[in-house]
Design a protein around this ligand. Structure first.
Ligand SMILES: C=CC1=C(C)c2cc3[nH]c(cc4nc(cc5[nH]c(cc1n2)c(C)c5CCC(=O)O)C(CCC(=O)O)=C4C)c(C)c3C=C
Ligand SMILES: [Fe+2]
Length: 515
């Protein structure tokens, strides 16, 4: 059941010394136990803040950290929130008791470290139902399909990884971020253990969880390293985490909180603006450079059918960064496009490659590419942007090309992540009471499933984002080949399941049943 309502609020924008009215509309989400589990509020300006929207998310427990996150657009907070915020600023570790052991779990994608890792890494990725979502009835096909697609794609992916030195830099970079975050937390008087849990490669989330248990962590802050939330990234990692928590007595009793997205934090926005400012200065005529935000895409159906907030968060993030640059008197032209699509389905548009060509045709001469959906260098910055898109830009008439580096361990950024962790501490375990009331919820402390349900309630069936067959010459041929391949895999499976013999049993994908 969803209840909606709206109210007008008077707001003060500190960065522009300007006040204005905003209309807040809210959606109260009540689950089958009649327990309020989420209050989603979208605030739109009534006057004053042109082109601006302020999204305020207010959910009990896991969502509450966002209430106190620093927005470029400050808002008046209720007296209880004000009290909480100021308490935290004065004495952040007031929320850590004597025998508490604080842990921070950084969630990330993971990447192959060697060329041998590429196919099994791809298998893990495609075996994820949040990447390829099969109809429930065909769930048993997930692993055989993942095997099939990963083998088919491995050689192309290997070429990419070979060209960036034989593997992904993600593990190294994420480990370095974890270490810097640990140090920054110590500097802010919050000693904490920081763990890295990857979704598709080592160190797997399960490995991080084992360490968390061995270290006896009592309070855990879960921080996905994706600034914007997508069902396919943070959502997938959180869903996995929830399934691990559900089955483990230690974890069920460990207080925790999740920061689902943090693209709106002032520290992150300012760090991105700093990087852009530095790179712009390297151009001959900085004012003439078009700032080209390039985000990793998702299939359109994620946004339109499953309600993924990714696109909205991305657009708002770009707006915040541009606003920050305008405050610094930098008013370059800018655009946002989406890269890295795979397979025959439609992804978020405009596509980065097509946009580059169009900009060239329009006579744009200088482009500064800004990777925006990820905070580490990875194959899609080092190969796709630096090599493929640069080449395309040059062929399209663009003469000057630059690229903003990923944030990595940039000190202001790391310091802001540490602040995000500290600001979330008062909410660690905040769901305890309400969750105990709703004993049927899957995770007693925190409520990841409910977070996902708020975006992706029906877990809508989505078309596969990838080719199921690799012999296509045209898009429609690929689609048909895909369908034929699907049927072939099905037939293979039927034979295997009925006879108990075949390749999938041989690979260990299907269990051998002894009669
Ligand atoms: C916010 C970032 C990302 C989103 C959203 C995302 C969605 C998404 N990705 C695929 C398929 C592939 N992704 C691959 C690599 C990869 N993806 C991201 C980030 C997002 N993905 C990163 C950072 C990386 C690189 C990791 C590294 O090793 O450096 C790959 C493998 C590489 C390749 O073969 O091209 C695939 C495949 C889908 C289908 C999807 C949304 C449904
Ligand atoms: Fe991806």
């Amino acid at each position: 059941m969803i209840e909606t309502g709206s109210l007008n609020l008077h707001c003060f924008n500190l960065s522009q010394n300007q006040s204005s009215s905003i209309r807040i509309s809210s959606q109260k989400c009540i689950n089958h136990t009649n327990r309020i589990y989420g209050l989603r509020m979208d605030a739109r300006p009534v006057s004053g803040l042109e082109k601006r929207s302020l999204v305020v998310k207010s959910f009990p427990g896991i969502y509450q950290p966002l209430l106190v996150s620093k927005n470029p657009f400050q808002r008046h907070v209720s007296s209880s929130e004000t009290a909480l915020t100021s308490q935290m600023q004065v004495a952040p570790n007031k929320f850590i008791m004597g025998n508490d052991k604080v842990g921070v779990l950084l969630l990330n994608l993971g990447g192959p470290e060697t060329l041998e890792d590429v196919q099994p890494f791809l298998f893990n990725l495609f075996a994820d139902p949040d990447i390829i979502r099969l109809p429930k009835l065909f769930g048993f096909l997930q692993k055989p399909l993942a095997q099939f697609i990963s083998v088919a794609r491995a050689s192309k992916s290997k070429e990419g990884y070979a060209s960036i030195g034989g593997g992904s830099p993600l593990r190294q970079m994420t480990d370095a971020q974890a270490e810097q975050l640990r140090k920054s937390l110590i500097d802010k008087s919050v000693p904490a253990h920081v763990y890295v849990g990857m979704r598709y490669w080592h160190p797997f989330t399960e490995e991080a969880i084992e360490k968390i248990k061995n270290d006896g962590i009592t309070k855990l802050v879960v921080l996905p390293l994706y600034p914007q939330f997508s069902i396919s990234t943070s959502g997938s990692s959180l869903r996995l985490l929830e399934s691990i928590f559900r089955e483990d007595e230690y974890l069920v009793n460990m207080q925790h909180t999740v920061i689902p997205s943090w693209y709106q934090r002032e520290g992150y926005i300012k760090s991105m603006a700093n990087l852009i400012e530095v790179e712009l200065k390297k151009f001959q005529d900085p004012q003439q450079v078009m700032i080209f935000f390039s985000a990793h895409g998702v299939p359109l159906s994620y946004v339109e059918e499953a309600g993924d907030p990714y696109k909205a968060e991305m657009e708002e993030c770009v707006d915040f960064i541009m606003q920050e640059l305008e405050n610094r008197k930098i008013s370059n032209a800018y655009t946002l496009a989406y890269q890295s699509r795979v397979g025959p389905v439609e992804w978020l548009k405009p596509y980065t490659d097509e946009t580059i060509v169009e900009l060239g045709q329009k006579g744009i001469k200088s482009l500064l590419a800004v990777p925006i959906s990820f905070v580490s260098e990875h194959i899609e910055t080092l190969e796709e942007i630096d090599v493929e898109y640069k080449e395309l830009a040059m062929e399209s008439g663009i003469t000057e090309w630059g690229r903003v580096p990923a944030l990595g361990c940039e000190p202001n950024f790391i310091s802001d992540l540490a602040d995000a962790v500290i600001e979330s501490l008062p909410y660690v375990g905040a769901m305890a009471v309400s969750n105990l009331e709703a004993s049927q919820t899957l995770v007693p402390l925190g409520s990841v499933e409910e977070l996902l349900a708020a975006y992706d309630s029906t877990r809508a069936e989505l078309p596969s984002p990838v080719n199921l067959w690799v012999w296509g010459w045209t898009k429609s041929a690929e689609t048909w080949n895909g369908r034929v391949a699907m049927l072939a895999v099905l037939a293979l499976l039927v034979v295997e399941v009925t006879t108990g013999h075949g390749l999938l049993h041989h690979w260990g994908i299907l269990p051998v049943f002894h009669r």
